[in-house]
Design a protein around this ligand. Structure first.
Ligand SMILES: C[S@@+](CC[C@H](N)C(=O)[O-])C[C@H]1O[C@@H](n2cnc3c(N)ncnc32)[C@H](O)[C@@H]1O
Length: 391
């Protein structure tokens, strides 16, 4: 591909990413993979260059651009070499017209700014979009962290989680023997800290209510191999990914597929029976923009309101399942108050039998009844987490 053809390819990809963000479709990575499946002429260098261009344009625009071309023009207006490639050559983009408006540049969408946690001021915004390192969680049920340290080039222990190793962002581990043997999982340090906040111990019964593909359930099982762990979710496809991961890790985790709206009846046998219930609730994902920067283009006030209602519903569902003296842990990978401190405060207002307890990990900052981790302050994804004890 010529350099100009790469720019045109990135514009076409951006067009799809914009439509997908508007219509709640697949993420940018999936779109890029699909794009090249039907374009075998593109070599690996072309693919890398196009991907890089598309992601640079996505990171540059906080608000959803009008078109892929507007997004790329925005990037090119600050980069003379890129602008020169708008030359109308075959397969390249048409020449830039003076009347064409570039997409606006911003880190955080305008409308979301007033909704962020007070900790996430403008000085923290650039870090929300910096490339994240690759964090691994060592399966401590099988091996110690120090025993694996030397097996990965440039790996360092994560500073906050005792289970983590940090590698450069572009590291690949899915064909590493340690991965195939179930000794590691890819997991951001922030997610590891949420599992730590559950204080898992052998003999406990732990419900991971929104387990998804089981990232945190696996961390809990590794930390407390003698615990009974139940992983539930309403999404069959996600929950079914847990089984092979648990087999690889040698973890015993029971799963329960729930029907949205019938969860209370399906979990009735666990009422007052759980030592710990983890509610890792669906959220805006605003704490993970550094991995999925197009997530900023997906959010609308309507979506945010629906998510906040679902989070409240899941918290109300979870509270009666906790045994007296047991703990409810609420987490979202969000830096938006409505999904964090405000949600936790409302929960406390509705449930007088629950009291706040400090989460036991190092890191983060106090944020209302919970703690907030942010990329700038903690070098983790952004997370809100609160721990409640049932009296
Ligand atoms: C943030 S994700 C969970 C990530 C997972 N805990 C992990 O560590 O990989 C939230 C999950 O909540 C699930 N969910 C949505 N509505 C639910 C409901 N009513 N009951 C249980 N799970 C639900 C979604 O399907 C999604 O998998």
């Amino acid at each position: 591909m010529t350099p100009a053809a790469r720019v045109q390819a990135a514009i076409e990809i951006l067009e799809e990413v914009i439509a997908s963000a508007r219509d709640d479709g697949p993420p940018a990575d999936t779109i890029i993979q699909r794009y090249f499946k039907t374009r075998r002429y593109a070599g690996s260098k072309d693919r890398r260059a196009v991907r890089e261009l598309a992601f640079r344009a996505i990171r540059r625009s906080g608000d959803r651009p009008d078109s892929g071309r507007a997004a790329m023009i925005g990037l090119a207006d600050d980069d003379a070499q890129l602008l020169d490639l708008f030359d109308g050559s075959p397969h390249g983009p048409a020449a830039r017209q003076p009347a064409e408006a570039p997409a606006d540049a911003s880190d955080v969408p305008q409308w979301i700014r007033p909704m962020l946690s007070e900790h996430v001021g403008a000085a923290e915004w650039p870090a929300l979009l910096e490339r994240a390192p690759l964090d691994l969680r060592v399966n401590i049920a099988k091996i110690g962290r120090d025993d694996l340290l030397g097996q990965f080039d440039g790996a360092v222990p994560t500073p906050l989680s005792p289970w983590g190793l940090r590698l450069a962002s572009d590291s690949k581990v899915d064909d590493h023997p340690a991965f195939l043997d179930g000794l590691i999982e890819v997991q951001d340090e922030g997610s590891q800290l949420i599992a730590l906040a559950c204080r898992p111990e052998s003999g406990m019964r732990i419900l991971d209510l929104c387990a998804g593909a089981g990232g945190k359930a696996l961390a809990l099982a590794a930390a407390a191999p003698g615990a009974e762990i139940i992983a539930s979710d309403t999404n069959r496809a996600r929950l079914s990914q847990l089984r092979p991961r648990a087999d690889r890790a040698g973890a015993a985790i029971a799963t329960r597929l729930l029907d949205g709206g019938r969860e209370a009846a399906q979990l009735a046998d666990l009422e007052g029976q759980c030592d710990v219930v983890l509610v890792d609730a669906p959220c805006s994902g605003s704490g993970t923009w550094r991995r999925s920067p197009e997530g900023r283009w997906r959010l609308t006030q309507g979506r945010l309101d629906r998510l906040a209602r679902l989070q409240a519903h899941l918290l109300d569902l979870a509270a009666p399942l906790v045994r007296p003296g047991g703990a409810l842990i609420y987490a979202t990978c969000s830096i938006i108050r409505a999904e964090g401190a405000d949600q936790a405060r409302s929960f406390l207002g509705r449930h007088s039998s629950c009291m706040v307890q400090d989460v036991s990990f190092v890191g983060g900052r106090a944020d209302g009844p919970g703690r907030l981790l942010t990329p700038a302050h903690d070098s983790t994804d952004g997370f809100f987490v609160a721990r409640f004890v049932r009296s």
